[in-house]
Design a protein around this ligand. Structure first.
Ligand code: HSE
Length: 312
């Protein structure tokens, strides 16, 4: 089957914050921070990659680029040999920081490549492929669908449930100057946990989703507590525990390690125009990391509701 070699496809993919405390590998929220990717068929036999923005100095500029590898996985699933590609990427999602940059690269590569197929795959098929490639679904699902998405693996099949968040949800992300590979942050986790810890998290994960969808901010302080991953990961990122505690003291309803870290995400529901908490929480996060000798930048954002979209 022939692919359409004449088109140029532009895709925008949101960042995502996974786990949000107790929802390890299950809950993710898309954020209004976007990478853009433009894909066309290259004239010659070798793929060409141009990257601007976050991570540009570190990311591969050949077939090893994650978006092109993802395009290859999608073509393989469709039973079609991929062409050599011309990829242009504008990155705004900090890389290696726990904000879903690799999921955005995978989802962007798949959604862009899908537009070249004579029989494109559905978003559900792309989700399965992207989650397999990433190894867990909680970033790729919100990157594809937008909003807060709960993902569960049901006997080998991925189930997702998009839960609307209540109006006024505001988020601050403290991105420390260190980066952390997700694989390294997963290696510190135990294979098994006590039943009491599983019970601790099950109730909190359910309460977290309910609180975010109803705007019950007072619930967030306990509903963002976690015993499955954060206690093991805090040691990988100096200042992270202090930053979460400081954000809560400064008025954030909840605070958590974003994904596998090292970024910390703090969130609350804005009360009117004069809610002063953004500046207070921002200063608290910055000071807590500074106290551990780590510089960080602060990104202010809100949820993305749409997920990955084709711009042309
Ligand atoms: N749930 C994954 C983890 C997210 O915590 O390892 C990685 O971004």
């Amino acid at each position: 089957m022939a692919i359409n070699r004449e088109i140029k496809v532009k895709v925008k993919v949101p960042a995502s914050s996974a786990n949000l405390g107790p929802g390890f590998d299950a809950i993710g929220l898309a954020l209004q921070i976007y990478n853009e990717l433009t894909l066309s068929v290259a004239a010659g036999p070798i793929s060409e990659v141009q990257i601007e923005g976050e991570g540009a100095a570190l990311l591969p500029r050949d077939e090893n680029h994650l978006s092109l590898r993802a395009a290859g996985v999608l073509f393989k699933a469709a039973g079609i040999k991929p062409p050599s590609w011309k990829l242009r990427q504008l990155n705004r999602i900090p890389a290696g920081s726990g904000l879903g940059s690799s999921s955005a690269a995978i989802v962007g590569g798949m959604i862009a490549a899908n537009a070249f197929l004579p029989n494109p795959l559905s978003r559900e098929q792309i989700l399965e492929l992207a989650a397999q490639m990433e190894g867990h679904p909680d970033n790729v699902a919100p990157a594809i669908y937008g909003g807060m998405v709960i993902s569960c693996c049901d006997r080998g099949k991925l189930r997702t449930f998009k839960v609307p968040t209540a109006p006024g949800l505001r988020l601050l992300v403290a991105v420390p100057e260190i980066t952390l590979a997700t694989q390294a942050a997963r290696r510190v986790l135990p294979e098994q946990v006590p039943l009491s810890d599983a019970v601790f998290n099950a109730g909190r994960a359910a309460a977290l989703a309910a609180a975010l969808s109803t705007g019950k901010e007072d619930v967030l302080s306990w509903a963002t507590e976690d015993r499955l991953h954060q206690p093991y990961r805090c040691c990988l990122s100096p200042g992270s525990e202090a930053a979460m505690a400081a954000a809560r003291r400064a008025g954030a309803g909840g605070a958590a390690i974003s994904g596998a870290g090292p970024s910390i995400i703090a969130f609350w529901f804005e009360r009117g125009d004069k809610d002063p908490r953004e500046n207070l929480i921002s200063a608290a996060l910055r000071n807590a990391f500074a106290g551990a000798g780590i510089r960080c930048r602060i990104i202010s954002t809100v949820p993305d509701y749409w997920g990955a979209s084709l711009l042309s």
